[in-house]
Design a protein around this ligand. Sequence first.
Ligand SMILES: COc1nc(N)nc2c1ncn2[C@H]1C[C@H](O)[C@@H](COP(=O)(O)OP(=O)(O)OP(=O)(O)O)O1
Length: 191
Amino acid sequence: MADVPPGVVHSEPLVETASGGADVKWTAYEKTKQYTNAFILQDGKILLGYKKRGIGEGLWNGFGGKVEPGETPAQAAVRELKEEAGIEAPLRECGTLFFHVPGLENAFDIRLFVANEYSGEIIETDEMRPRWFSTGDATADLEPIPYAKMWADDVYWIPHLLAGEKFAGRADFTADSNTMTKYWFGKEVEA
Ligand SMILES: COc1nc(N)nc2c1ncn2[C@H]1C[C@H](O)[C@@H](COP(=O)(O)OP(=O)(O)OP(=O)(O)O)O1
């Protein structure tokens, strides 16, 4: 079975689907902080948000943030989706990601969620500008997923999200830039 990097959380065995930076060691970390990230997938479309401030400013991403004390990741994911896009959704966990960025006190322990339906009106908020993208080629109405304007890790695991596969992975970044020095991603397989 795969040689899963330190920090990666998973409940089923993983098989490697992408990796890079084999000649570099995983960076040691002391503390982690839990985050969430949530996506709506519907009828060949994915809802992303343009981050207007904070971590990942200027990039497109799912909706999420820190898990607050006393919350489960699932509760935090629902709260963050409402706060950042104005909608509610029956989110289910679909993956986990671990990121190390030099200079930050905590490594990111991120729980990923997805839903195929939602209620409420999608709105722009102080933090995010939501927009639908095509999960395939561009259409008359929709651009394809803008990987060039997203975190560098996304291109390796979003295909699993779209395929309904559970996934996990880790990436170590350089400070202050959207560049990975080492990465590993995998998808869950039955034990
Ligand atoms: C480093 O690489 C990353 N890749 C991806 N795909 N996503 C990332 C990366 N680093 C952080 N994220 C995600 C995790 C969260 O969903 C957001 C950041 O959340 P947010 O900016 O909202 O968090 P806070 O500034 O702490 O704000 P609140 O908790 O107050 O909302 O990006």
